[in-house]
Design a binder for this molecule. Structure first.
Ligand code: GTP
Ligand code: MG
Length: 197
């Protein structure tokens, strides 16, 4: 898919103020600092479109970006940020989970996983929750440039094996790097296929 335009539309803390659900939408979610905003900038080839930071907890709102006037990328706040308060975490949970569960135009949840780590309980539980809600999702492994491909393949295999504790089949997956653009064509091709159907 050729990205002709990618524009910031709005940031929201209220479900009632989201754009009308009239275009297909893809939500990017994962642990704080996993690389969601960087991946969005890499996919759109627009540096600074989504705000990135070395400090976890940068993205605090539901951010809508319109691509090619045709579909939305949604940047979500990260989960599992240790330094936020318990009530903040609960608010996050309620807000994001309501959005994911109720958003009728949501086509697929892109769950980002740090390719350097062993399977994390919080990621597995989140995937399980998506499955329970019947939401379609894929796993997107991030920061593959930070290690050799053998190490990445091993941790991808471990995560997929761990998912089989919850699912009969592991969902599709992508290996990406926002530094090298690895995985860009694959992720955009996947989205394009859904948009065409
Ligand atoms: P929150 O919004 O805080 O939840 O974080 P996020 O998931 O949006 O992460 P963000 O894109 O802000 O990236 C976090 C840090 O990881 C930044 O310092 C990025 O430069 C770095 N980073 C993200 N993706 C990659 C990648 O593919 N390779 C490398 N080397 N660094 C990355
Ligand atoms: Mg972010």
């Amino acid at each position: 898919m050729v990205i002709k335009t990618a524009d910031f539309i709005c940031s929201n803390t209220q479900i009632s103020r989201l754009p009308l659900p009239l275009k297909p939408e893809y939500a990017f979610i994962g642990r704080s600092n996993v690389g969601k905003s960087s991946l969005i900038n890499m996919l759109t080839q627009k540096k600074g479109l989504a705000k990135t930071s070395q400090t976890p907890g940068k993205t605090q709102l539901i951010n809508h970006f319109l691509v090619n006037d045709n579909w939305y990328i949604v940047d979500l706040p990260g989960y599992g940020y240790a330094r936020t308060s318990k009530s903040n975490k609960e608010d996050w949970n309620k807000f994001i989970r309501t959005y994911l569960d109720k958003r009728e135009s949501l086509q697929c949840v892109m769950v980002l996983i740090d390719s350097r780590l062993d399977p994390q309980k919080i990621d597995l539980e989140f995937c399980n929750w998506l499955g329970e809600k019947g939401l379609s999702f894929v796993t997107v492994f991030t920061k593959a440039d930070k290690q050799g491909s053998i190490k990445t393949d091993q941790s991808v295999a471990k995560f997929r094996r761990a998912l089989l504790g919850y699912f009969e089949e592991a969902p599709p997956y992508f290996v990406t790097s926002s530094e090298t653009m690895m995985g860009r064509d694959e992720v955009l091709g996947f989205i394009d296929d859904i948009n065409k159907n």
